[in-house]
Design a protein around this ligand. Structure first.
Ligand code: GSH
Length: 334
C-alpha cells in the first residue's frame, strides 16, 4: 500500500488518475483533508462537485493544534467522530496523527505532513496543485454523463485560465499567507499590496465577464481556486493575516456578489465549507500571531445573503490605496 500524495514542494509523491498505475476505481482512493485548509478545500470542492463522495472516501483532521514550526507532531485525528464536529477518526488505519500515514507510505519520509493527502489503497501518489488540474476529470469514465460533463478546464478558456492562474496563485492564494506570516514590518508592507492589487484586477475581470463565474457563464478551476481563498477572506485573512486594506463585503461589490453566488447557489461550495474549522484553525494554531488563541466572533454573517442577478447593477469597487492601484496596473489583462 502507498500514498498517492500531496505538497507542491519536492517532498511528496506524484501520480495522476487515471493512468495504468492509478486506474479510476471506486473505493480505491482515500482523501485526507482538513476542512480549514484552502488547498485541501480545492480537492474537497471537486469531490462534491463531481459526485465523487461515494467514490473517494475521506478522513478529516482536527483544525488544531498544528504542531511546531517543523510541523511536528502535526495534524491529529479526533479519538471519536463526536470530539470535534466535522472532524473524523482515521477511517483507514485508526491512527492518531496524520504523520503516521506519511510514514506508512515511506518510513524514511522527510517532508512535511500536510493536507491534502490522497492515499491509494493499492499503490501510488499525487499533489494538491495538480489535484486541482486532474481530479476534475479523473473519474469521468465511471461517472454519470451529467457530472462527467462538468469541465473546469474547457478548451476554449484554457489560454485565459493559464494567463490568470499564476498571479492569482501568487498574489491571492499564496499572497494572503505571505502577508500573514511576514516576520518584519517591511516584509508585511511589501506583501500585502499585491493581494489587493490582484483583488482589484479580479473585480474588474468578473464585472467585464458579467458573472456569475470568473470567466462568465462557465465555472472553471479559477472559481475553485478563488473560492477557497475568498471564503476565508473577511472571516480570517482580514484580521488574522492583517489583509485589512479592505474587505470583500465592503470594498468589492462584484467579488462579493460572485462569492455569495458561489456559496448560496453552488451546493458543492457550501457543502465543502465549514466556518468553525476555518476560524479555529488559523486563530488557535498560530501561537506567534495570536498567542491567546481567542477566536474573534465576527464578521457576521459569515457570507452575506442576496445574490444580485443583474450584474450590470453592481458598482465596480476596489481599494484606492496608491500602491495597490500601481500594483493593479502591472498585472497583465487576460
Ligand atoms: N503546498 C501544499 C500545501 C498544503 C498546505 O500548506 N497545507 C497546510 C494546511 S493549509 C498544512 O497541512 N500544513 C502543515 C505543515 O506544512 O506542516 C499543497 O498545495 O498541497
Amino acid at each position: 500500500m502507498t500514498a498517492i500524495h500531496t505538497p507542491s514542494t519536492n517532498d511528496g509523491w506524484h501520480g495522476t488518475i487515471p493512468s495504468p498505475q492509478f486506474p479510476a476505481e471506486k473505493g480505491r482512493y482515500h482523501l485526507y483533508i482538513g476542512l480549514f485548509c484552502p488547498f485541501a478545500h480545492r480537492a474537497n470542492f471537486i469531490r462534491h462537485l463531481k459526485g465523487l463522495t461515494d467514490i473517494i472516501s475521506i478522513s478529516i483532521v482536527k483544525p488544531y493544534p498544528k504542531g511546531d514550526e517543523n510541523g511536528w507532531p502535526g495534524w491529529r485525528f479526533p479519538a471519536s467522530d463526536d470530539e470535534y464536529p466535522g472532524a473524523t477518526v482515521d477511517h483507514l488505519f485508526g491512527e492518531d496523527y496524520l504523520h503516521k500515514i506519511y510514514f506508512r507510505a515511506d518510513p524514511e519520509y522527510k517532508g512535511r505532513y500536510s493536507v491534502p493527502l490522497l492515499w491509494d489503497k493499492k499503490a501510488g501518489v499525487a499533489e494538491s496543485a495538480e489535484l486541482l488540474r486532474w481530479l476534475p476529470t479523473a473519474f469521468n469514465e465511471i461517472l454519470p454523463q451529467n457530472v462527467a460533463s462538468i469541465d473546469l478546464y474547457p478548451e476554449h478558456l484554457r489560454d485565459t485560465i493559464d494567463a490568470i492562474t499564476p498571479w492569482m496563485q501568487s498574489h491571492v492564494n499564496a499572497g494572503v499567507y505571505k502577508a500573514g506570516f511576514a516576520a518584519t514590518q517591511e516584509d508585511y508592507d511589501e506583501n500585502v499590496i499585491p493581494v489587493f492589487g490582484a483583488l482589484n484586477k479580479l473585480e474588474r475581470i468578473i464585472a467585464a465577464n458579467g458573472g456569475p463565474f470568473v470567466l462568465g457563464e462557465t465555472m472553471t478551476e479559477l472559481d475553485i481556486r478563488l473560492y477557497a481563498t475568498l471564503i476565508r477572506f473577511d472571516t480570517v485573512y482580514v484580521q488574522h493575516f492583517k489583509c485589512n486594506l479592505g474587505t470583500i463585503r465592503h470594498d468589492y461589490p462584484v467579488l462579493n456578489n460572485w462569492l455569495k453566488g458561489m456559496f448560496w447557489d453552488v451546493e458543492a461550495a457550501r457543502n465543502s465549507t465549514d466556518f468553525r474549522h476555518i476560524k479555529e484553525n488559523y486563530t488557535k494554531s498560530h501561537g506567534d500571531i495570536n498567542p491567546k488563541a481567542i477566536t474573534p466572533m465576527g464578521p457576521f454573517p459569515d457570507v452575506e445573503e442576496g445574490v444580485e442577478r443583474d450584474w450590470k447593477k453592481l458598482r465596480i469597487g476596489g481599494v484606492k490605496h496608491p500602491a495597490v492601484l500601481e500594483y493593479e496596473g502591472k498585472i497583465p489583462s487576460p
